[in-house]
Every structure is written in C-alpha cells, then in structure tokens.
Write a protein that binds this ligand. Structure first.
Ligand code: SF4
Length: 333
C-alpha cells in the first residue's frame, strides 16, 4: 500500500469516529503475509500519526511470525510498546511451528515478545498436520509465561479423524486447566455457557461489516480481511454484508448452541459464497469446543464442591447450562 493511501484511510477513520459516541477507541491493524517486510512503511505511518493530536484514543497493532525482527526493529518496538501492540503467531511446540511455518521455530526471539508485550496473547494456529501436538503446544506456551489464543486453520483439509483428534486434544487441555486452576485459560473455556438461556434477537458475533473495515492495498474497503478478493478468491458484492442484522443461518435458529456458537461470516462466505450460510466444518468444530467447555465446567464445579466451596448464583447458572448442554448433546461427546 502506498503511504498516501494509508494516511488517507487513517484521516477518514478519525473523521468518522470523531462524532460517533459509541466509538471509544480506534484500532489500526496492519495486515499482510508478514507485515514486517514493510517495517519502514509501518513505522513512517505510525510516526506521522503520533506527530499530532487525534480526535479519539487509538492504537496500532500487527500480527507477525516474528522471524524478521532485527536489533534496530526490536529497539524501536520496545520504545513504542505502549502505542503499538505486536502479536506473535506461534503454533506451539517447535515441532508444530516447524510443520505449520516452514521450519521457522528457531528464528523467533520468544523472550523478546514475552518481555516487551507480556499481555499479548500468542496467536496459535492448529492445522490437521499439527493437531496432535495442540495440547502440548498450549501447555508449553502457558508454562513459558504466554497467554495463548488458539484457532484452527481454515482452507485446509480436515478429515473426520482430525476433528476427533481436535476434540481429544481439547479434553487434554481441559484436564490441564482442572489441575492448574490459576493459569489463564484459552477462550474455549471462557465461554458464558448460560447464554443458551438468553432470549431476544440474535446478535451479530463480530464487527465484520459494522465496526470493522479492512482496506486492500488500493484503499478499497471490505468487511474484514477474509472478504479481500485475493483471500476469498471471490469478487466482493458491495451489499453482501448489511450494516445491521444478526446474519444467523436459518438452520441454526433452533440449535441449542446458537447463542454461544460464534460463526465466522468470512469463512461462511469463502465456503458458500454467502456470509450467513454456515460452514459445515465450523459447525462440527464449534460443537467440539462447546461440549468440551461444558464438560470442563461440570468437572470444575465437581472439584470445587468436593473441596467445600459454595457456588455463587452465576456459577450455579453456568453449571446448569453445562449440564443441559451435555444432556442434550450426550451422544456427541
Ligand atoms: S453448532 Fe452448528 S447448528 Fe448449532 S449454531 Fe453452531 S453452526 Fe449452527
């Protein structure tokens, strides 16, 4: 992207945010195969932006594979760590990182990320080739001191046995969290299961097409990066994502899990050419995650009650929801 286009985008976003009461902060996220290939461009954009007051609080961020950082870049990042959030993509133990990311494990300075951005969760991608190493990876990263944010890879071939392995690995992680109740959990185990009892309109599950916009190198806007033509391999229709509405698949409306299952509209679109039509793979993976999360909530409550703890009302409601989910979906676990 040319620097003038980047500056124009930033100016326009501030203009829109300026008079919008429900926008407290603007986040500008640099995207790319590996954004640090264009470190000088990112640095120039940020230094230009920081040079004068802006109408709303804001933050820059980027996700990197961590392989290109040199001494000069590290110094600059350390100096600006409060204004520029850098998220490391790391797929777990060395073996998984090397399988998923071309033998790059030993080119990453893990300690630099840990000390410079201690609050940033590491983005961990689980693929069919590395799924058997998933639990080891999560546990190793946690024990090194990282927060971990795993997600599974889209656009690769997940067979039934891989999905089964994914669930098995989630169970191993659940057991680890039961034995280590004080460590920070991955998001699968932080779901509010009692949302299954919520009533009213379904909510849109992410900012796609609403609070979030992705700009291509020519400055054209898309609902998120998954709608960029070079990512989705589809031409984008201007009104594909309406600004309002839940975007729920009509087949999900009666599903008990519909309010805790977070479909990805971009994946839906890539698979089906329609952001509302759920991806069949997503449905299976989501069920695995929710069932294991429900099992975890039940087991944790069992341990806590056995040790004499009295559950508070919200914990009791979570337990009831977990039991209902397991009861309803017993055959699936
Ligand atoms: S689990 Fe499947 S059917 Fe249920 S809400 Fe999620 S995607 Fe829809």
């Amino acid at each position: 992207m040319r620097i003038n286009i980047a500056k124009e985008i930033i100016r326009n976003e501030f203009l829109q945010a300026k008079d919008t009461d429900n926008i407290d902060e603007v986040e500008f996220d640099f995207l790319g195969g590996e954004p640090f290939i264009k470190f000088n461009l990112m640095r120039e954009v940020m230094e230009w932006c920081w040079a004068k007051p802006r109408p709303k609080p804001y933050l820059f961020s980027v996700t990197t594979n961590g392989t290109l950082l040199n001494t000069e870049m590290k110094k600059w990042l350390q100096k600006n760590a409060s204004k520029f959030k850098v998220v490391l993509s790391c797929d777990g133990i060395f073996q998984a990182q090397n399988v998923n990311r071309s033998n790059s494990a030993d080119r990453i300075d893990y300690q630099f990320f840990l000390t410079t951005f201690p609050e940033q969760a590491v983005k961990m991608t689980v693929s069919p080739s590395s799924v058997h190493l998933f639990s080891k990876g999560v546990i190793e990263l946690i024990e090194k001191g990282f927060n971990v944010s795993p997600s599974w890879a889209y656009g690769v071939n997940w067979g039934k046995h891989h999905i089964y392995e994914y669930k098995k690995q989630l169970m191993l992680i659940a057991k680890y969290f039961l034995q280590h109740p004080d460590v920070r959990k991955i998001s699968v185990f932080e779901k509010r299961l009692s949302a299954i009892y919520d009533i009213g309109d379904f909510m849109r599950m992410c900012g796609t097409g609403g609070m979030m916009t992705t700009y291509d190198v020519d400055g054209r806007a898309y609902p998120c990066h998954l709608f960029l033509p070079f990512v989705s391999q589809r031409e984008y229709q201007a009104n594909l994502i309406p600004p309002h509405g839940s975007l729920i698949d009509t087949r999900c409306v009666d599903c008990q899990l519909a309010r805790i299952c977070q479909p990805c509209y971009g994946f839906n679109n890539m698979e089906n050419g329609n952001p509302t039509i759920r991806s069949s793979l997503f449905c299976l993976m989501s069920q695995c995650e929710i069932l294991v999360a429900a099992w975890f909530v039940c087991k944790r409550a069992e341990c806590e009650i056995a040790s004499g703890k009295v559950l508070c009302p919200s914990e009791k409601l979570e337990l009831k929801a977990a039991l209902d989910i397991l009861d309803f979906n017993a055959k699936s676990l």
